[in-house]
Design a protein around this ligand. Structure first.
Ligand SMILES: Nc1ncnc2c1ncn2[C@@H]1O[C@H](COP(=O)(O)OP(=O)(O)OP(=O)(O)O)[C@@H](O)[C@H]1O
Length: 612
């Protein structure tokens, strides 16, 4: 009982959630299911009146009752159809709104909370939970269906209480007792309470197994998500074809489908057993009820019309009780998996803790310093940065170099506060960055990451990151990034959607995309500009142009580059050399080249010898 209470408490919380999101969905569903509960009883009551009128040869009464019944049926049917279609639209809308909320939550979570293993798992579970059984739209449906069945039970009980009161000719013995009002009441109570218990047991059996099946299906759906969103993605099409990966992918996909089919077969097996049980019990109940109603009829307690009315009421009560128990079981499974959704929505940003406003400075005098910073990624115990201490010189061009895996990108992630340090601290103008308002701190940076993203929006919006933008400035930064001419050639200029998947969209080359991403960073006009492998996709001439113009592009800002093209270091005022998570060397190109045994000089020479 306590479990039942807890479950419905959770269920009502979710319903409140739906109500807050969509005020009209719940009332429309309630109206629909109330009408569906009342509709069969209207039929039962009219039929009883008509049969009795016909038997008593009251032709006129029978005639106008039939007429009224037809009119009521027609109007009721039309209204019910209208309400049903409305409720279907609302159900879809609720589902869409909950999907939108999960997307909004995801882009609103800070990077560290979302991108760690736990966050990604929580997202994938919440997303799969929404996809498996119809999500919140179905929850609404089931709860309001329960109201329908409760109403149906109540109407049937009222009718059966009326039946119990009807007492005709006295009969001898035990049979006589059953037909008295008290005896009838006891008989029906015992019958329906035992029925409820039997249905409860059968539903418990089905639900216990369905919960196990659900847990299994959930993991399969999560694996399927990977195929949908990654492996079958058009971008991966080249590798798939060149390496003939189709059979391997299809095999893996079919194996997942087979796992789902297996659990579906199991589910059917349990449901079939429960249905067989129900059919068996149902027939026994119907037999007993007909015997009971027939005895009432033979004792002249009820007429033939009433006989049809009360036996139909018993059948309806039986059906509604079973549906109620079934709904209850479905809810248990649904609330179980929808809790993954609510848990995800409750996730709080780990980094959004500070409140201090970042000083507004037109002179960009923002000094950032690392103090004995060490860092291990969440859920790992290997330090990828170890005891790093440095101050970023104001308004200089700084290069980060070092072998693969040295910790350069991680350094940038900490600088941009995509993660918090594990040990030590980072300060902005002497104050720990964790104390600053998170969004205001992020506003200090414009970055082009190795895996930058452009969206299928117009070029102008991709650069400005907003729909209303300063066109002159967008053209200016495109010019600086060396991609203006390409955009001018596009059909609708800045309004041209990017990528061919969009109608009238245009695809750009990897290098052109990188230039547009650089333009985006310039448009933001932030005091720190970070370019992680900024020229990896650029041809040598474009690269040369970017570097020679960079001084103008980023003047009055602190700029940080990560590049494996050592030649780019010559444009920089300060070079930080990382290896194995440590800052090994620091200085200008000329200073670092003096130490020929160290990493920098070795890397430089290794690359330079191919040009000699
Ligand atoms: N999200 C992550 N979770 C766990 N470990 C990570 C994660 N990202 C990076 N690492 C590990 O941190 C180490 C440093 O990676 P990082 O990307 O900072 O190196 P890098 O110097 O930028 O390398 P590259 O030059 O290849 O881009 C690597 O060993 C990498 O495997």
């Amino acid at each position: 009982m306590k479990k039942l209470y807890q479950m419905h408490k959770q269920g009502f919380q979710l319903l409140r959630f739906i109500y807050r999101l969509d005020h009209s969905a719940l009332p429309i569903f309630l109206l629909r299911h109330t009408m569906e509960a009342v509709s069969p009883y209207l039929q039962i009551l009219f039929s009883a009146i008509i049969i009795d009128a016909l038997l008593q040869r009251h032709w006129e009464k029978a005639g106008y009752t039939i007429l009224i019944m037809l009119i009521v049926n027609l109007l009721f049917g039309l209204l019910l159809d209208y309400v049903k279609s409305k409720s279907q639209v609302r159900s879809m809308s609720v589902h869409r709104q909950f999907n939108a909320m999960i997307c909004l939550k995801t882009i609103d979570l800070d990077y560290a909370t979302f991108a760690d293993k736990e966050g990604l798992e929580a997202f994938s579970q919440a997303d799969a939970a929404m996809a498996i059984h119809g999500g919140f739209g179905l929850l609404l449906e089931i709860y309001t269906e329960m109201v329908q069945h409760l109403l149906s039970v109540s109407i049937a009980i009222v009718l059966l209480l009326e039946l119990c009161q009807k007492y005709g000719q006295r009969m001898p013995g035990v049979l006589g007792f059953f037909l008295t009002p008290v005896g009838s009441l006891c008989t029906l109570c015992v019958l329906f309470i035992s029925l409820l218990l039997l249905y409860g047991k059968s539903a418990e059996y089905v639900n216990k197994n369905n919960l196990q099946i659900f847990e299994h299906d959930m993991s399969v759906h999560q694996e399927m998500q990977y195929f949908d969103s990654y492996a079958f993605h058009a971008d991966k099409g080249k590798d798939v074809r060149i390496y003939r990966m189709q059979p391997m992918l299809l095999q893996a996909w079919n194996a997942l489908c087979e796992r789902l089919n297996q659990s579906l077969r199991k589910e059917w097996q349990y449901t079939r057993r429960s249905t067989l049980f129900y059919v068996f019990i149902n027939h026994i109940v119907m037999l007993l009820s007909y015997i009971f109603a027939t005895l009432k009829f033979f004792s002249h307690a009820i007429s033939i019309g009433e006989f049809t009315k009360y036996s139909s009421a018993i059948a309806k009560l039986n059906e509604a009780l079973r549906s109620l128990v079934e709904n209850n079981g479905q809810l248990r499974t649904m609330i179980g998996y929808l809790s993954y959704y609510s848990e995800y929505m409750k996730k709080e940003n780990k980094l959004d803790t500070g409140t201090l406003p970042v000083e507004k400075r037109l002179d960009n005098e923002f000094e950032i310093a690392f103090h004995n910073v060490s860092f291990a990624y969440p859920n790992t115990n290997t330090y990828v940065l170890k005891n790093v201490s440095l101050t970023l010189n104001l308004k200089q061009k700084i290069a980060l170099v070092g072998p693969n895996g040295a910790g350069k990108s991680t350094f940038i992630k900490l600088l941009c506060r995509l993660y918090d340090v594990s040990e030590g601290s980072i300060t902005l103008n002497g104050i720990d960055i964790r104390k600053y308002d998170y969004q205001e701190y992020l506003n200090l940076f414009a970055a082009v990451f190795q895996d930058f993203t452009l969206f299928e929006f117009p070029v102008g919006e991709n650069v400005a990151c907003e729909q209303q933008y300063d066109e002159t400035r967008v053209w200016q930064v495109l010019q600086q990034a060396g991609v203006r001419k390409r955009v001018e050639r596009m059909k609708d200029g800045l309004a041209t959607p990017m990528f061919y998947r969009e109608k009238d969209g245009e695809d750009v080359s990897g290098g052109e995309a990188q230039k547009i991403a650089i333009a985006r960073a310039l448009y933001k006009d932030a005091p720190f500009v970070i370019l992680d492998e900024p020229t990896s996709a650029l041809d040598p001439i474009s690269e040369y142009e970017i570097y020679t113009h960079f001084h103008d592009m980023v003047k009055n800002k602190t700029s940080i580059y990560i590049s494996h093209r050592m030649s780019s270091c010559r444009f920089c005022d300060d070079i930080l050399v990382f290896d194995h998570g440590q800052l090994l060397q620091r200085g200008t190109h000329e200073e670092l080249m003096k130490d020929t045994k160290q990493v920098y000089a070795k890397m430089w020479k290794a690359q330079a010898k191919y040009y000699v």
